[in-house]
Design a protein around this ligand. Structure first.
Ligand code: 13P
Length: 339
């Protein structure tokens, strides 16, 4: 097994998922403001330190994705985040895209940027301790979107990013997110997700990628947030796994779903329902909001409430890890968030 494949396998290892704590400075600031915490590098660092130092985190989490700022910050005890992450038994990762920018001539659609200088940045991130990376492409479903042009541009950028990562010895998390926003049906999401993934894997193939050294981070297949037709947990789970099985090569190291704005309990229930379905790769979580929102709300920026924030994160990790192991039940959600 290559080093890339070994790292990728560790990231999707049994009973574990990936914590996405890589919000950009702007996004993190608005989340802090949302719970009444002043925006500052110190508060952003304190919040990430709360997450990382949650007791027992490595029981259900394999790695944490940071943004550039956090990767360079230190904990109050002086250890850098990458060093402390490794010492906590977790793999440090880094978000390397620079965001979804308007795609010229494609009304309202975006292409994710960040390829300029990426080879040099990856070398620096590797030296700082990052062992895996993330790049998120954003696909919006509307009456007239996504256009094939936007899908192609995003898939091509994802493959160029992935190739640069593997060249640098860093495992790429390939994240083509089909957004939940909109009125589209589950069926439309399934079609768009397959078309996007087909294009992405075509590009990854052309780029000569080692598929066992890649983790795919897709959306679950869901009806749009404002769709009138609800779908059951079982329908979502079977449609998601069927869609992925049709287009994602069996060699891929694993699938780590994003939460995409689903409620935290729903995201966990859907993840749990997928585990009994036949699939050639492990399926785990790489949630952001569905893992950390309760922790952020419980913490409130108050140093005295760090244990409350950590207990809230630990509870979500326990539930999601139970989902992976086939022992999740609604009872677990009712267990008190004990400190
Ligand atoms: P959410 O789970 O909040 O969608 O975030 C995951 C992520 O990493 C988005 O890029």
């Amino acid at each position: 097994m290559t080093t890339l494949a070994a790292t990728a396998a560790q990231l999707v290892g049994v009973g574990k998922g990936i914590l996405a704590a890589d919000e950009s400075i702007g996004t993190m600031n608005s989340r802090l403001e949302g719970v009444g915490v002043a925006c500052s590098a110190a508060h952003r660092g304190a919040y990430r330190a709360l997450l990382l130092t949650t007791p027992g985190l490595s029981d259900g989490v394999s790695g944490i994705i940071y943004c550039d700022e956090t990767l360079r910050q230190s904990l109050p005890d002086g250890r850098t985040f990458p060093t402390a992450t490794l010492q906590c038994g977790l793999i440090p990762g880094i978000k390397v895209d620079t965001g979804a920018k308007a795609l010229a001539g494609a009304d309202g659609e975006t292409v994710t940027e960040g390829l300029d200088g990426l080879r040099e940045r990856l070398a620096e991130y590797a030296a700082l301790g990052a062992r895996f990376a993330k790049w998120r492409a954003v696909i919006r479903i509307d009456e007239s979107t996504p256009s094939h042009r936007a899908i192609r541009a995003n898939a091509h950028a994802l493959a160029r990013y992935a190739a640069l990562c593997q060249e640098a010895g860093i495992v790429p998390i390939v994240e083509p997110e089909v957004l939940m926003d909109g009125v589209h049906t589950l069926g439309r999401c399934a079609i768009v997700t397959s078309v996007v993934l087909l294009e992405v894997f075509g590009e990854l193939h052309d780029a000569g990628m080692e598929l066992d050294g890649i983790v795919l981070k897709p959306n679950m297949v869901l009806p749009g947030k404002d769709c009138m037709d609800a779908a059951s947990t079982d329908t979502i789970a079977t449609t998601t796994v069927h869609t992925l099985r049709t287009v994602v090569p069996a060699e891929v190291a694993g699938i780590a779903f994003l939460s995409g704005g689903q409620g935290e309990v729903l995201a966990t229930e859907r993840l749990a329902a997928m585990q009994s379905l036949d699939a050639p790769w492990p399926m785990t979580f790489s949630f952001g909001r569905a893992l950390v929102d309760p922790a952020l709300a419980a913490w409130h920026g108050d140093p005295a409430r760090v244990p409350d924030g950590q207990a809230a994160l630990a509870q979500r990790v326990r539930c999601n890890s139970a989902a992976l192991s086939g022992v999740y039940s609604p009872m677990l959600e009712r267990e008190s968030v004990s400190r």
